[in-house]
Write a protein that binds this ligand. Structure first.
Ligand SMILES: [Mg+2]
Length: 375
């Protein structure tokens, strides 16, 4: 864990039994009944945001913005079988992740999240308790980040679950950070370590295949997943329950630090560094030896005969912050142990390059990241 964000507990055997014994189909309580239950969970997030004058319950949410602050807005959609798999993802974790991925985009602007609107398309096979599990993850994460769930919409879905989150954040104009402000000769900095979420995804995919094979062969599936995967806990947690770097944004605000450019790493270090460089019209040279990859991630890569560096470069779903600062400002960030300097910006003509451990320069544009629309 890299921040103080406490985990929502996954459904244990005990409360799963409770959920099953009190199974209630959504048709039994109807749309308004469901909204009442969701509103009760959303209400617990309201005290942290007094500027929200009206939450769920009217036609619109009402928010009173501060005259001194800019607002930033983002939206992100999670779709069953595209962004997650319910065979390997507890609903509570998924709810939390839907919030974190949006908070991460707000943080990438050096802003803090204030409120969110949540739209759900729910398959008819879902019970009321399953929707509540999902929403408990949503409201728990919202409270951890200090944002309010101000409203939303629910619909039935004829295919899989879809969660769409829109989020509003705020930042003082003098702290607002875009992707476009970097200049040649600045330091390229990164929060946290990379590769863990990709390692977690590979492990979960392997576990799912083992389970499906057992089912196909009519064998009982007796693996105690949590016991067997204990040593991989951190990587799986980073995949299922990413934590946006709101701690780093709070650090920036406390020290009045404005990076010259910033982006969150949702696609992977390589593609997101290229995005930042393109918007800033600079090149970059990063150093393989400086990219933080945990020993535990390298061990998993060895076990799966995969490559931790390529996970770090193109794995995606990291939700760490990648930013640039002028060299003279380094002392201001030096005390923050979550931040590593991994390279420097160069003239745009140099391109975006990785210097490997032998000093060979590799053009990062030749390495592909995760593509939502693969050809
Ligand atoms: Mg982003």
């Amino acid at each position: 864990m890299e921040t103080g964000h406490a985990l929502p507990q996954p459904a244990t055997k005990l409360n799963l039994r409770k959920i099953m014994s009190s199974y209630k189909a959504m048709s039994e309580i109807g749309e308004f009944g469901l909204i009442d239950r969701i509103a009760a969970l959303a209400e617990t997030t309201l005290p942290a945001v007094p500027e929200l004058m009206t939450g769920i319950g009217d036609d619109c949410a009402v928010y009173c913005p501060s005259a001194k602050l800019l607002q930033v807005a983002t939206t992100d959609m999670l779709v069953d079988q595209v962004h997650f798999d319910l065979l390997t993802t507890p609903l509570r974790h998924l709810g939390s992740k839907a919030i974190s991925v949006n908070v991460s985009d707000i943080c990438a602007m050096n802003a803090l999240p204030r409120y969110a609107l949540i739209s759900l398309a729910v398959p008819s096979s879902f019970s009321v308790a399953m929707v509540e599990e999902l929403y408990q993850g949503i409201s728990h994460a919202a409270k951890e980040y200090g944002l309010a769930i101000a409203g939303g919409d629910t619909s039935s879905s004829r295919s899989g679950l879809v969660i769409s989150v829109s989020m509003i954040g705020e930042v003082a104009e003098e702290l607002l950070t875009r992707r476009s402000g970097a200049a040649p000769g600045e330091l390229i900095c990164l929060t946290g370590s990379l590769g863990g979420p990709a390692a977690g995804l590979k492990l979960l995919t392997r576990e799912k295949e083992i389970m499906l094979n057992h089912i196909e062969n009519n064998e009982s599936y007796q693996r105690n997943i949590m016991a067997d995967l204990k040593e991989y806990r951190e990587a799986i947690q980073q995949q299922l329950l990413p934590i946006a770097r709101i701690d780093v944004v709070r650090f920036f605000h406390a020290h009045t630090i404005r990076p010259s450019a910033m982006i969150d790493i949702s696609d992977g270090l390589s593609p997101d560094l290229q995005h930042l460089c393109r918007h800033s019209n600079v090149g970059a040279l990063i150093d393989e030896g400086r990219i933080p990859i945990k020993g535990s991630t390298r061990l998993i890569a060895d076990e799966l005969q995969d490559d931790a560096l390529s996970w770090a470069l193109t794995g995606g779903e990291e939700y760490q912050l990648l930013f640039t600062i002028p060299r003279a400002e380094y002392p201001a960030i030096a005390e923050n142990k979550a931040i590593a300097v991994i390279g420097e910006t160069t003239d745009v003509k140099e391109g975006v390059q990785l210097s490997d451990i032998y000093g060979m320069k590799i053009d990062l544009a030749s390495i592909k990241g995760f593509d939502h629309f693969p050809q």
